[in-house]
Ligand binder design. Structure first.
Ligand code: FDA
Length: 310
């Protein structure tokens, strides 16, 4: 119930105004969001990569409904990627340790799928120049087919484009089977949006079971699985599947969100696993922040405590 309410609020203009202007927000938001500027993103990326973690950067902003806004978002990604290519850390460009995550809804998908594809090509070209890659985030269930079509188109020229599968979709296993081929980078996550019962599993147990089935397909396949979860049980199962399929540590990676289970991120990296942190930054933090609250009611208590001062 609470999750559904928070997800509904993530798309409500009224709730947005209340949360954005509340005096408490800044500190709590800072836990999950790296800052507002490219400088903030570069600083956090340097900190994390110095500790042996990899990064994927997300410029906040989604559900863009006009071309000018989409263009501004594309330009921001291009500027960010230029920065990743130009900044050197221990002799290597930052781009060798940080890629970008891109939401098609931020670069024109809602206006026209072809516009989003063109824009994604421009971002991918900038990523290639910076020595890095792009992963296309998966969003609301109504956009899944369009996003998968765009992934397949983009991969003709940019085979290293990352795809995302959301385990809560009933078709998730099918998506994994289609994507588990040589060279295919696939992020598996549970799914952070609201979706109706005929399309998605809605109970935690069913979603977790689907995640395991998907992991089995990806880990047995020839691609490069990117297992995006903080769930300790699923992380253990991932480790067991890696052993079962004789996968070396550099043939798959764990991914977690900035601000969520940071000790676990470092523990896994300390054991030799590849761990990538999803770092979101920018001024348009509202929808992203609300999805993080929806994932864990305890985060809401954090907000309440900062309101009441207790
Ligand atoms: P679950 O929500 O069951 O949480 C397991 C445990 O992790 C919790 O008990 C808690 O300890 C901890 N935890 C989880 N979320 C937390 C939070 N917000 N705050 C504090 N602790 C938390 N979704 C999507 O639809 N499209 C996408 O493209 C992506 N991309 C993506 C990239 C990366 C790197 C990650 C980690 C996640 C995504 N997601 C996503 C989000 C994903 O679908 C999912 O909503 C969250 O990862 C939470 O699910 P868990 O697998 O962590 O399990």
């Amino acid at each position: 119930m609470l999750r559904q309410a928070l997800l509904a609020a993530s798309r409500s203009g009224g709730a947005r105004r209340v949360v954005e202007t509340a005096p408490f927000t800044r500190d709590v938001v800072r836990r999950f969001i790296a800052g507002e500027t490219i400088e903030d993103a570069a600083r956090v990326t340097e900190e994390l990569t110095t500790e042996g973690l990899l990064v994927t950067l997300d410029v906040l902003g989604e559900d863009t409904t006009d071309r000018e806004r989409a263009e501004a978002n594309v330009q921001h990604y291009i500027d960010l990627l230029r920065r990743l290519g130009d900044t050197r850390l221990e002799g290597a460009p930052l781009g060798t340790r940080a890629e970008v995550s891109l939401k098609l809804s931020a670069i024109g998908q809602t206006v026209d799928e072809a516009l989003a594809l063109d824009n994604a090509r421009r971002v991918s070209t900038a990523a290639r120049s910076a020595g890095t890659t792009v992963t296309l985030d998966m969003e609301d269930h109504t956009t899944v087919d369009s996003t998968l079509r765009t992934v397949h188109e983009l991969r003709r020229d940019f085979p290293d484009t990352g795809a995302v599968v959301q385990a809560y979709l009933r078709r998730a296993e099918e998506h994994c089977a289609e994507l588990a081929y040589e060279g295919s980078r696939v992020r598996l996550c549970k799914g952070a949006y609201a979706a109706p019962e005929p399309i998605a599993f809605t109970g935690k147990e069913d979603i977790d079971k689907s995640f395991v089935r998907c992991m089995k397909v990806l880990m047995a396949g020839k691609g490069y699985p990117m297992l995006a979860t903080h769930d300790p049980r699923l992380i253990d199962i991932a480790g067991a599947l890696a052993v079962l399929h004789g996968r070396d540590a550099d043939t798959f990676e764990y991914q977690m969100l900035y601000g969520v289970r940071p000790q676990e991120q470092r523990r896994l990296a300390g054991q030799g696993a590849v761990v990538r942190v999803y770092v979101a930054y920018g001024r348009e933090w509202y929808a992203y922040f609300m999805r993080r609250l929806a994932e864990r009611p305890a985060n809401l208590r954090l907000v309440m405590r900062s309101v009441t001062g207790r």
